[in-house]
Design a protein around this ligand. Structure first.
Ligand code: GRF
Length: 316
């Protein structure tokens, strides 16, 4: 199996969702592992369980520590643990926009309501007060707004006439434990899929001036409108088993230098290789998207008409 995604789970209390993720990660073929369980409360019961299960833990009481400082320490610990995703599981501190930005699109949260209904505290009370017959839970990507952000999955839970906040929350919790592990697994796997990678490339390529997508010999390609191509996406081309982005260098010398320096990252693509194009592998684990963005821009500059380049420079 490919390397598993490393997840840091943030908790403030009981940690039953953390436990659900942890035990799911112990199933064969689970695409994630728990690299760290961190808490803003050193007495959080979930910490003791994580420790007993041999998971690295980190706790720091947030009281009296300025938010920015607290989050800087948390951020450092998460990175030191090698985590590339953060899962909030009953984490009762709001995260600042700066922290969310640093982990953009990589923080997930679970909320015990069918979002967008009943954001914030006490969703079960709100469900019962409203007389709803259906409650539920939601996993979503964290953005700056509380309990908002793209929804990754939801499970509906029936409300019984006899339900109290305790019985409803206990039953919803069972659904939460199923939902979180599944959504997290799907989410981390998605990033390894060629469709997702192509979509990331597409967004960056089409953001360049006058860029358009045009397929070329069956591969997705990007060119300056009506003009020359500056990038191709290569997926298992002629069954070579490689997923790569093919861009133009200044020539075969630069191409050779790059391959020499980083043979695991760069390769000489068939057909286009002799004219100085280079392949960048995007199937070797974590992708440096800034690096890909720079290459797309550079390749675009190799082929874009001078006038357009001058305009692009002028516009910054
Ligand atoms: C869960 O209901 C979760 O949806 C909410 O906080 C609760 C945490 O429970 N965000 P636990 O600590 O995971 O047991």
């Amino acid at each position: 199996m490919a390397e598993r995604a490393k997840v840091a789970v943030l908790i403030s209390g009981r940690g039953s969702n953390m436990a659900a993720l942890l035990y799911a990660s112990r199933l064969p073929d689970c695409p994630f592992e728990i690299a760290l369980v961190a808490s803003n409360d050193p007495d959080a019961p979930g910490l003791a369980l994580a420790e007993a299960e041999g998971v690295p833990i980190f706790a720091l009481n947030h009281k009296g520590v300025p938010r920015a400082q607290f989050e800087a320490i948390l951020d450092r610990e998460i990175r030191a643990a090698g985590a590339n995703y953060v899962a909030l599981a009953g984490y009762m501190r709001l995260l600042s926009p700066e922290f969310v930005a640093r982990w953009q699109g990589r923080i997930l949260n679970i909320h015990p309501s069918l979002l967008p209904k009943y954001r914030g505290l006490d969703p079960h009370d709100q469900t019962l007060a409203a007389g709803d017959t259906v409650a539920g839970c939601t996993v979503h990507i964290v953005t700056d707004d509380l309990d908002d952000g793209p929804i990754l999955g939801r499970i509906e839970v029936a409300v019984l006439p006899s339900d109290t906040r305790e019985t409803l929350s206990a039953r919803t919790l069972i659904a939460e434990h199923q939902l979180y592990a599944r959504c997290l697994a799907d989410f981390v796997s998605r990033e390894a899929s060629p469709e997702w990678i192509l979509d990331q490339i597409r967004q960056r390529a089409l953001a360049l001036p006058e860029a358009e997508e045009k397929s070329s010999h069956g591969s997705p390609g990007f060119r300056v409108k009506g003009g020359k191509f500056f990038a191709y996406f290569s997926y298992d081309h002629h069954h070579d088993g490689v997923t790569g982005l093919i861009v133009k260098t200044s020539g075969v010398e630069e191409q050779a230098m790059l391959i020499d320096a980083e043979p695991d990252l760069y390769y000489r693509p068939a057909y286009l290789g002799p004219s100085g194009w280079i392949g960048i592998r995007v199937d070797q684990g974590e992708i440096d998207w800034e690096h890909i963005g720079r290459w797309l821009r550079k390749s675009w500059s190799e082929v874009a008409p001078r006038k357009l380049q001058a305009l692009a420079e002028f516009l910054g």
